[in-house]
Design a protein around this ligand. Structure first.
Ligand code: MD3
Ligand code: FE
Length: 246
């Protein structure tokens, strides 16, 4: 499959009908407007899926930031990540000069990461279900904060032992270009525009695919200012009967 074929499958259009339905959804009349694009088997783009919950999600992000401030983590090769990161949930992803791992406590404070907010859990469950993954029970959420110019190079998420659980990603604030690669670092990369409220779900054969984020462009979001936030909800503990209820 070629990059062009994936690109053609990504519908970036937004129409007036969608806006009207989003407005009605805010008023509680109908389900939120979402277009569902499949990037690849198991990789689903749910456009606007988090719009109705976005204010609650941002309130919760700000509480997480107050308890566990975002920081630029060091990486083994030397240097630091350009996105500032923190976590909530029973486990949190950390990087330092010695490697990458999940920890129960924030190394900066020595205390447990803040709990997963209800708004995150509800959104993760709804999005996973909409993408065909029933009973997703995340125990970790990495919260990435991008200032203009920040990016994330191509990588695979491989620190979660249980490959059965999907990852749910929520984009808030400034737009960005998501880079969707393949099974190897050299596979062609498809650029997928992401906006405030878009949700991605990655499971099954897409779970170990290379991906990244292009440098975020200057801009101001009405609620978050010159910031993009990405939430990734994950199952970081080892596989057991609780991983998926199904
Ligand atoms: C595909 N975050 O935190 S979200 C990351 O926008 C990360 O901050 C990016 O990559 C961000 O690890 C991209 C989309 C995403 C997240 C995790 C994935 C795509 C994924 C894991 C496996 C496959
Ligand atoms: Fe990732």
């Amino acid at each position: 499959m070629t990059g062009a074929r994936y690109a053609a499958a990504v519908d970036t259009s937004r129409c007036r009908a969608d806006e009207t339905r989003n407005h009605q959804a805010l008023l509680g009349f109908v389900a939120p407007a979402t277009t569902r694009d499949e990037l690849a088997p198991g990789a689903v783009v749910l456009r606007g899926f988090a719009l109705a919950a976005a204010d609650d999600l941002i309130d919760a992000v700000e509480r997480v930031w107050a308890a566990a401030p975002p920081r630029h983590m060091s990486v083994p090769g030397g240097g630091t990540m350009s996105a500032a990161m923190t976590n909530c949930g029973a486990l949190g992803w950390v990087a330092d000069a010695s490697g990458y791992r999940y920890t129960a406590c924030d190394p900066a404070s020595g205390t447990p990461w803040p709990a997963l907010p209800d708004a995150f859990l509800r959104l993760a469950d709804d999005a996973a279900r909409a993408a065909g993954f029933d009973g997703f029970l995340p125990d970790a959420c990495l919260v990435n904060r991008y200032a203009p110019g920040a990016r994330m190079g191509l990588h695979r998420d491989a620190d979660e032992p249980d490959g059965r659980a999907p990852i749910v990603s929520v984009s808030l604030g400034l737009p960005a270009t998501f880079l969707w690669g393949g099974a190897t670092r050299r596979d062609p990369v498809v650029r997928v525009p992401l906006e405030h409220g878009d949700v991605l779900v990655f499971g099954g054969p897409s779970r170990r695919t290379y991906h990244g984020v292009a440098a975020v462009r200057e801009g101001v979001h009405p609620r978050l200012g010159a910031v993009r936030v990405n939430l990734t909800l994950r199952r970081a503990s080892a596989a057991d009967a609780q991983t998926m209820r199904r």
